[in-house]
Design a protein around this ligand. Sequence first.
Ligand SMILES: *Cc1c(COP(=O)(O)O)cnc(C)c1O
Length: 335
Amino acid sequence: MTKAIPLSQIRRVPLAHLPTPLEDMPRLTLELAGPRILMKRDDQTGLAFGGNKTRKLEYFLAEALAQGTDTIVTLGAAQSNHVCQTAAAAAKLGLKAVLLLRGPKPDGVTGNILLDQLLGAELRWLPSGNYPLTDEVAEDTLTEIRRSGRKPYLVPFGGTNQLGIIGYIAAMEEFLGQLRDENLKAQRIVLAASSGGTQTGLVLGKKLFGYDGEIIGISVALPKEQLIAYMLALAQRTIARWGFEITATSEDFVVYDDYLGRGYGVMGTPEAEAIRLVAETEGILLDPVYTGRAMAGLIDLIRRGTFHRDETIVFWHTGGTPALFAYGQELANAP
Ligand SMILES: *Cc1c(COP(=O)(O)O)cnc(C)c1O
């Protein structure tokens, strides 16, 4: 057995404003007449427009720097928040960024595509194809960059692997410190889950640091069984990689896949309603793809009476707000 590696010994480059605020949402709570709602503001991580990928990137970029990299390569959807935050991290550290975006290339430049360009990254368009994007998609690009005498480093799709999710294991420790300092109890955390890295990190952090609440992922893309299998495999790889003295089973992962609507990235009425409600009650912006859908799920669960009124629920805001502008017309027209 390998001895567990303390998180503080894993190489990390500070990029995010931490700790992110944990805020009360009194007007939203009143409006929904359900449990008390708090929000963990990972939309405020401080790099470009912020978001959950910054915590993961602190570990990837540290590894990249240690390897003497000069070019960061990553991949994602056209409006990928992960890709955009990677471009911002590369800019901050003086590295070149090559971004592989799933096509087709849209007309017009808005949302994260505009930001990618402003951040000085090189954008390349991939054929439209299946999701999630695997590392193989980047092979040719990496080879070409190496041939030109540069040293590329690939950040995986969504920043999700056994290194990136350390960011969310550490985030759980940060969160538990805030609960302690502010003398709060929170029975549940609700968050958007896509590649599952964020939820898996929080679940492993829960086990390592002893959080006794439930962590609920609202799937934005995958059916529940598939997402849970994916997260369990990732959890097991992570435990093995770092020698953590914990175990993970599928029971550790709570996922609702009732809110997929017309699929990943297709905004419907529930997301538009959730975005408006949180904006109008708390002055906080959600996004159409992830947090809008997760909040729509939370609103529905509260309306169905799933939670006791005396509970406290933390909505973990994972960012994504630049995509609001790419959905501007649809949002303006939503009922
Ligand atoms: C990537 C992303 C998520 C999902 O995180 P995973 O770790 O892939 O599950 C949630 N919200 C926003 C805004 C994101 O950009």
